[in-house]
Design a protein around this ligand. Sequence first.
Ligand code: ZN
Length: 130
Amino acid sequence: MKNYTLLQLDGLKETIKEKGRIVLKEELNLTGSEVSMNFIPANGFLPFVHSHKQNEELYIVLSGTGLLKVDDEELVISDGDIFRIATKGERALKATTDLSYICIQAKENSLSQYTEEDGIICDSKATWFN
Ligand code: ZN
């Protein structure tokens, strides 16, 4: 069994536009997070406000502009913006132009080690190390 799973987005761009959202947990065998690729057409919006039971969300805006409601605030968002929303944050999104974004869900307060604490330098070499 390989230690990686590859999914190529090129073939999925139309599906994301048609469906508005694809989730990658199953396709990539994710075990610690859920990742979705999302698209809202200009002037479209998600028809509900929601919060989460256990998962914080990280939104990464890839292109476009929109409005993000979190609790009593409304923020203008645009490509390059990255924001985390805690479980209890009551959120809603509206696109003001075609809006593409990634949403990563992970269990709030579950991260116990990361980067240097978790990484291990291995003995194997890559061909470009010469
Ligand atoms: Zn959510």
